[in-house]
Ligand binder design. Sequence first.
Ligand SMILES: [Zn+2]
Length: 91
Amino acid sequence: MPAPICVRCEIEMRTKTNGVPVLETYGEEKKPYKLWNGDLWQCTKCLNMVIVGFAKEPMANHFDEGFEKTLEQERIRSGKVFNSHERRFAL
Ligand SMILES: [Zn+2]
C-alpha cells in the first residue's frame, strides 16, 4: 500500500501506530456519533501526523448497546481516543 506523502516535506510518511480509535462527533455540542479504527502515520522530518486507512464500517455507533463501554475500552487499550469533529463545528 502506498504511504501517505507529507506535502510540506515531499517524503513518505511512516506508520506510527496501527489501529487507533477515532471518535467521530456531530453538532455544536460535539456529541459522540461513530467510533472508527484507523492508522496513525507521521512524517519523520516535520513530525506532522495524519490518520488514514479506516475500515469500511465503524467499530461502533452511538445508538449501539454498550457504546460507552466500547469507547472506554478503546481509550484504555490505545491510551488515547482521537476526536474528529464536523468541519463546520470544529473551531
Ligand atoms: Zn513533513
